[in-house]
Ligand binder design. Structure first.
Ligand code: ADP
Length: 496
């Protein structure tokens, strides 16, 4: 099998092979594809185009590595994650450049991603020393009972491009830290920052060969990789972060294989501004929450509901702020709104905004594409039948709507099939908490905007936004089995 050489120390234009069993390898088929920068259009890397064969090889490697890794002493696991954090920290500037070039990620969001990944690794290091079970009282005299947490074996991870470093990181680091081995399939849009980069870092940190594997694939060819993961009896769990339609397809197939999946899917996240809110604070929070990473974060605010007495002032100030957000080159630290990920995403945004306008919506800011960017855009009077009002539109467009009361906003928000993140801005934090308890959302922030994540928090949605929780404190429920074990002397009397 040919070994793919990574070219030079610069990450650009390198060949990206699969990372299987500790080796960088080409696809069995020999095929590759070119990944391009969403900002400049230049070819960044020649990437191995994997298929079912390659996926199978990675699963086998992970399966073979499982026993050794699951039995590794805690100090060894701890050291690897701590070392990985130091390696990532040392590569910060280079990684920021890679995130900007590969995914159009600006400086601020790049720092957020690296900050998250560093905490993730350092918190994962101490997972190694967490208790691995409970002693349980038993009514059977002389029996000692316990619930013992055991890693499941091979975990497959499917991650998106938008927060490539953090979303791939959380998909693999928790399962690894709990003693599982992993096969990661990054998005075709982020094979480096969402895949090969993690392999480089974990390999250098000393993770044993086969413990972590990465399989890349050409655009449009994710299905065969995912299907191989789903069908393999060696894969015990799958975690998926991406859109609701793809997650639904995956869950349907997983059902056939009786395979447990963690699904973190789309959001149509509401931000509610109560009439006692500080308007400037609400405007700033809404702008940040809606346009962070040009609206390409699953938690981004998509709908801002403003209680009527504040609506006019809020709309005017929000539109003025949004119209002036610096737009353009993601490698310029001043840029707020960089390019959207690809032409398809740009065309979808344009089409959905135009459709909303044809149905009666008004554009308060933005609304005219500036390829490869779509400007930060505010719409109002958007009818419910407009596509943009119905599901997630991944990009820098937000809808504002005046409501008679915050309770009405909760009702409007809950009418969505999606329930990922939500937020409430109010001068009365207790009222905020009461409203939060009525919102159908996996995550609610009072007096903040919805884009927040920390590695130890229970991250996930309700309804069609998915099920299961990422978050290191909760990962054990998803990526371990609980075994009931009893032990006693040979002194029990049996009735027959
Ligand atoms: P996004 O809009 O974020 O690209 P997707 O749900 O399409 O959302 O993609 C998220 C991840 O799911 C990516 O890694 C993508 O390659 C992968 N994916 C897309 N289609 C499938 C599929 N049929 N099976 C498995 N993974 C898939």
């Amino acid at each position: 099998m040919p070994r793919v050489e990574r070219i030079g120390s610069a990450w650009q234009k390198r060949h990206i092979g699969h990372f299987i069993g500790g080796d960088w390898v080409a696809s069995d088929s020999g095929r590759s594809y070119q990944n391009r920068s969403p900002w400049s259009g230049e070819v960044l890397s020649e990437v191995a185009a994997g298929d079912g064969e390659d996926t199978q090889r990675a699963i086998t490697a992970a399966h073979l590595a499982f026993g050794g890794w699951a039995g590794a002493p805690p100090w060894r696991r701890q050291q690897i994650f701590l070392r990985a954090a130091d390696i990532l920290e040392g590569r910060r500037t280079e990684v920021l450049g890679a995130l900007a070039a590969e995914t159009g990620c600006g400086r601020h969001f790049g720092d957020v991603q690296i900050g998250f990944a560093l905490k993730l690794l350092r918190q994962a290091a101490q997972l190694a020393y967490q208790p691995t079970g409970h002693l349980l009282p038993s009514d059977v005299e002389g029996t000692q009972a316990m619930a013992v947490r055991r890693p499941v074996g091979v975990v497959a991870a499917i991650a998106p491009w938008n927060a490539s470093l953090t979303l791939s990181g959380r998909a693999v680091v928790g399962p690894l830290a709990l003693g599982n081995t992993v096969v990661l399939k990054p998005s075709e849009e982020s094979p480096y920052t969402g895949g090969a980069l993690w392999a480089e870092i974990l390999q250098e940190a000393g993770l044993p060969p086969g413990t972590f594997n990465v399989v890349t694939h050409a655009p449009g060819e994710a299905g065969v990789v995912g299907d191989t993961m789903l069908a393999s009896p060696l894969v015990k769990r799958i975690n998926f972060t991406g859109s609701t339609p793809t997650g639904r397809r995956l869950a349907e197939k997983a059902g056939r294989h009786l395979k447990r999946v963690v699904l973190q899917l789309s959001g149509q996240n509401p931000l509610i501004v109560v009439r006692d809110a500080d308007v400037e604070y609400a405007v700033n929070a809404s702008a940040y929450g809606a346009f962070m990473h040009q609206g390409q974060v699953c938690m981004c605010a998509r709908r801002v509901y403003v209680e009527r007495p504040l609506a006019e002032e809020f709309n005017a100030r929000f539109a003025a702020k949004v119209a002036n957000l610096p737009t353009g080159d993601p490698s310029d630290p001043a840029t707020v709104v960089g390019p959207v990920i690809n032409e398809w995403a740009l065309a979808l945004l344009d089409r959905r905004v135009k459709e909303a306008v044809e149905l009666g919506a008004r554009v308060l800011a933005g609304g005219v594409p500036a390829p490869p960017c779509y400007p930060a855009t505010v719409l109002t009077d958007v009818p419910d039948e407009a596509e943009i009002a119905q599901g997630e539109t991944f990009g820098p467009v937000v809808i504002v709507e005046a409501v008679d009361s915050a309770e009405d906003a909760v009702t409007r928000a809950n009418a969505s099939d999606l329930g990922l993140a939500a937020s409430i801005i109010t001068g009365d934090a207790h009222r905020g908490l009461r409203l939060a308890s009525r919102l159908d959302a996996g995550i609610v922030h009072v007096n903040d905007q919805p884009v927040n994540d920390e590695p130890h928090m229970p991250f996930g949605g309700v309804k069609d936004s998915g099920w299961g929780r990422f978050g290191l404190g909760f990962a054990a429920e998803e990526f371990c089995e609980l075994q009931w074990v009893t032990v006693r002397d040979q002194d029990r009397t049996f009735p027959f």
